[in-house]
Ligand binder design. Structure first.
Ligand code: UD1
Ligand code: CA
Length: 461
């Protein structure tokens, strides 16, 4: 049996009060519509078609290569939206699952269960339902005394008795594909919103003598529809719990999973420990046996094994095995920390490679530089890389020693085994085994104390 998935994502999302188009709002780092497409992919459907309208180009950019697209010119309702796929689907045999782009929590498992149930029951239409603790805003499932599904009534169209029903339409359906398009042609817009409702297809099919059923899922939270920011935060909480529990099952420890904010696609190795109040975002990979303390934020970065990150911010950077950083340091884009290197506190590194076993312990800025192995960078060193117009590069060779408080004015090359004396301002290259010292000499003035005005007030001279 051929399987198709249609995802409705053409609506404006007025209730979000946003410049950003609704289905592009993110839940745990991934747009809502991508979450739905991910779940659809897990069904091995023959086609996935996303219906776009408002903000069509932006949605297409996000989903490029993952979905086909149909264009709904005017947002005349969910029924009209499915109709927009007619050119791509109408004449095909098979089963079509329709979902909405604003329900990010559905899993492939649920979609697969619906396909199976629909096919096993020999239905023309099967609606996925759930019992909602607060059904307000959802379509209600109206059944007869024998439990057969009669129709779906929208919030704005229901009478008191209908609105008292707590079984809701999750917005997901399976349909016999050809019969779906036959029925859609008969959907009208005589309702409170003047829209063509997809939900009316059930009653139309039933009245035409076709078999219509429901599949009630046990977990309502999966069907949460996001129409406003409150639901967006609720969806994020639920998704976060799911993500963190999956990591725990894979051997990651969380001190406080409620406050560890991990994006959907982040990878974490086993025996890594994550404290509370940690944010790990985007395309980040973390190895095994790492320890990440509270106050750390890691974005789009690659962290090796046995790395300790203490209250630090890491963005588009790399840390190899057996490295550590922090507290309160900042790796900016293209910072690469090689094996065994140590980055201490209040250090900022940008577009620079820090070689194996090199130590950058305290209060230092390294920008546009290549540092070799086993170097010691003293406290308060500044790699001065910018003249206000251009950036310049610095190289420091293996086993060199840079004394505290040095200012290294790029471009400059410091060779292997070079020694830079503390507080030097380095503007020229330093050769192998040389020591560079570039600072004012100290002068001591004997008995100067007595010439100072403050000496008069002091009794101990
Ligand atoms: C819809 C259902 C409701 C169900 C709920 C589940 C209808 C009439 N109502 O209500 O029964 O309980 O979902 O979450 O189907 N869209 C289009 N084109 C349009 C209108 C909507 O593509 O012309 C898309 C939207 O982008 C959205 C989805 O369809 O992703 C659902 O639309 P929305 O306005 O959110 O419907 P609900 O009021 O939530
Ligand atoms: Ca909705």
């Amino acid at each position: 049996m051929n399987k198709y998935v249609v995802i409705l994502a053409a609506g404006k999302g007025t209730r979000m009060k946003s410049k950003l188009y609704k289905v592009l709002h993110k839940v745990c780092g991934k747009t809502m519509v991508e979450h739905v497409v991910d779940a659809a992919k897990g069904t091995n459907a023959d086609k996935i078609i996303t219906v776009v309208g408002t903000g069509a180009e932006k949605v297409k950019d996000v989903l490029a290569g993952q979905s086909d697209f149909a264009f709904q010119e005017k947002q005349l309702g969910t029924g009209d939206a499915v109709m927009a796929t007619a050119d791509l689907l109408e004449n095909l045999d098979g089963v079509t699952l329709v979902a909405t782009g604003d329900t990010p929590l559905f899993t492939s498992e649920t979609f697969n269960n619906l396909f199976e149930k629909h096919i096993a029951d020999g239905n023309s239409a099967t609606v996925l339902t759930a019992k909602a603790p607060n059904p307000f805003g959802y379509g209600r499932i109206i059944r007869d005394d024998a439990g057969n599904v009669l129709r779906i009534v929208e919030q704005k169209d229901g009478n008191a008795e209908e609105l008292a029903v707590d079984e809701i339409n999750t917005g997901v359906f399976a349909f016999n594909n050809k019969e779906l398009f036959d029925a859609l042609k008969q959907v009208g817009n005589d309702n409170a919103q003047g829209e063509y409702y997809l939900t009316d297809v059930l009653e139309i099919m039933r009245k035409a003598g076709k078999k219509v059923g429901a599949y009630e899922m046990s977990d309502f939270s999966e069907s949460l529809g996001v129409n406003d920011r409150i639901a967006l935060a609720q969806a994020t909480k639920i998704m976060q719990k799911r993500i963190n529990e999956a990591h725990m099952r894979d051997g990651v420890s969380f001190i406080d999973p409620d406050t560890a904010y991990i994006d959907s696609d982040v990878k974490i190795g086993n025996d890594t420990v994550i404290e509370g109040n940690v944010v790990i975002k985007g395309n980040t990979e973390i190895g095994s046996d790492c320890y990440i303390t509270s106050g750390s934020r890691i974005v789009d970065s690659k962290i090796g094994n046995n790395v300790t990150i203490t209250s630090s911010t890491i963005q588009e950077a790399e840390m190899d095995d057996n490295t550590d950083i922090g507290p309160n340091s900042h790796l900016r884009p293209q910072a690469i920390i090689r094996k065994g290197a140590h980055i201490g506190n209040f250090v900022e590194i940008k577009k620079a490679e820090i070689g194996e076993d090199t130590k950058v312990g305290h209060l230092t800025y390294v920008g546009d530089a290549t540092l070799g192995k086993d170097i010691n960078i003293g406290c308060g060193t500044i790699f001065s890389n910018y003249d206000g117009v251009k950036k310049f590069h610095t190289n420091v060779g293996d086993h060199s020693f840079i004394g505290a408080g040095a200012t290294i004015i790029a471009p400059v090359n410091i060779a292997d085994h070079a020694f830079v004396a503390a507080d030097s301002t380095i503007t020229k290259d330093v050769d192998k085994y040389d020591m560079a010292i570039a600072r004012g000499r100290q002068t001591n003035k004997p008995d100067y104390w007595h010439k100072l005005p403050l000496s008069k007030d002091k009794e101990w001279e």
